[in-house]
Ligand binder design. Structure first.
Ligand SMILES: [Zn+2]
Ligand SMILES: [Zn+2]
Length: 354
């Protein structure tokens, strides 16, 4: 291991999840070292994502028998590998969840994490960042300007960059009518981003009143309960008969999908957004449907998307300062998970601080 400026402690604290035993505990483990093209980041904070909760609860089968969860992290560069040119200890960075594999054809010609065809995901293929330190490839980091607190930067990784990527997938243009099904952290940030992109009108849908209220505060023009039996005619009316140009489905159930399909206009695009990390489960496209409509699956985000949302926050176009509900120490991870399970629509991101 060729590491420079790496006076790291031999061990660190990390949350370890044991799949077979079903246990989650704060442990002392070896501090990761940087390989020649890797960077070790001292984690400032890391989000608790719904997909973390689902893996710990057994709803999604984890790949690794024992691992450190957490994939929405920001921090400060602590050590860099011998061949790393662009980062130095002390740099403030946000980590993209996916890192280059280093072996595919794209990686061999230096295409970086955005070109890699076999991305390795934090907390799926290797340890995540509910820990004091985390390691990744040099191509999976984005600089965080001093104007953005590192805690806010964690929200950009995943909770903001995934809906931003979905907007890119949808090719959303100004004045297009948008519907958003499911107002958790991702859906609510999509409402906010759709507003930045000039979408009009923006219709937010969720069964939870608190989530609808929050979406109205983040830029939705109208917030509806999807249980409303006159939903379809209402949306047709609001869009002057043309239906939605783009529907984003963050719920991913048969009902939300059918509702979104029913109110999609001519040339409409329905984007079904999977959990931010299930890249293997989501195929690129479902099908081409009637009236030139497109139904497409979207998962995750690229490093470029993360760079874009950092730019939007830095320039004051996007404000995510109210998106962090609480910051808990690692030792209180169980409490954080429980609060995510009891989510009532009024909690965007909980962070862990090592
Ligand atoms: Zn996530
Ligand atoms: Zn690769």
């Amino acid at each position: 291991m060729a590491t420079t400026a790496g006076r790291l402690p031999a061990t660190m604290r990390a949350i370890r999840f044991d799949r077979a035993a079903g246990t989650l505990r704060l442990d002392e483990v070896p501090t990761p070292a940087a390989d020649v093209d890797e960077v070790v980041v001292k984690v400032a904070a890391c989000g608790i994502c719904k997909s973390d909760v689902r893996r710990i609860d057994g709803e999604i089968e984890p790949r690794l028998p024992v691992y450190t969860p957490g994939h929405e992290a920001a921090g400060v560069v602590a050590a860099v590998g011998a061949r790393v040119q662009r980062w130095a200890p002390g740099d403030r960075v946000v980590m993209a969840a996916g890192r280059q594999c280093g072996e595919c054809a794209a990686c061999r010609v230096g295409a970086g994490s955005d070109g890699c065809t076999d991305l390795r995901m934090m907390a799926i293929h290797h340890d995540g960042a509910w820990a004091e330190y985390a390691v990744t490839s040099e191509t999976s980091l984005v600089p965080v300007p001093d104007s953005i607190p590192l805690e806010q930067a964690t929200v950009l990784s995943g909770a903001v960059s995934t809906p931003y990527g979905a907007i890119d997938t949808a090719r959303l243009r100004p004045a297009e009518a948008v519907g958003v099904w499911g107002l958790g952290g991702l859906g609510t940030h999509l409402v906010q981003l759709a507003r930045v992109c000039g979408a009009s009108p923006i219709i937010a849908l969720d069964t939870r009143p608190a989530a609808r209220e929050l979406a109205l505060g983040r830029g939705a023009d109208i917030a509806l309960d999807p249980a409303n039996t006159r939903l379809e005619s209402y949306i047709r009316g609001v869009t002057k008969g043309r239906g939605l140009d783009v529907a984003f489905d963050f719920v991913g159930r048969a009902r939300s999908f059918a509702q979104a399909r029913a109110v999609l206009g001519d040339r409409g695009r329905l984007v079904v957004v999977g959990t931010s990390l299930d890249v293997d489960e989501a195929g690129p496209e479902f099908a081409l449907t009637r009236n030139n409509q497109t139904v497409v699956a979207h998962t995750g985000y690229r490093v470029k998307h993360l760079e874009d949302v950092v730019e939007l926050v830095d320039r004051g176009r996007l404000d995510v300062s109210a998106s962090i509900s609480a910051i808990l120490p690692l030792a209180r991870v169980a409490e954080g998970l429980q609060r995510m399970r009891e989510y009532d629509g009024n909690l965007l991101r909980l962070l862990l601080r090592p």
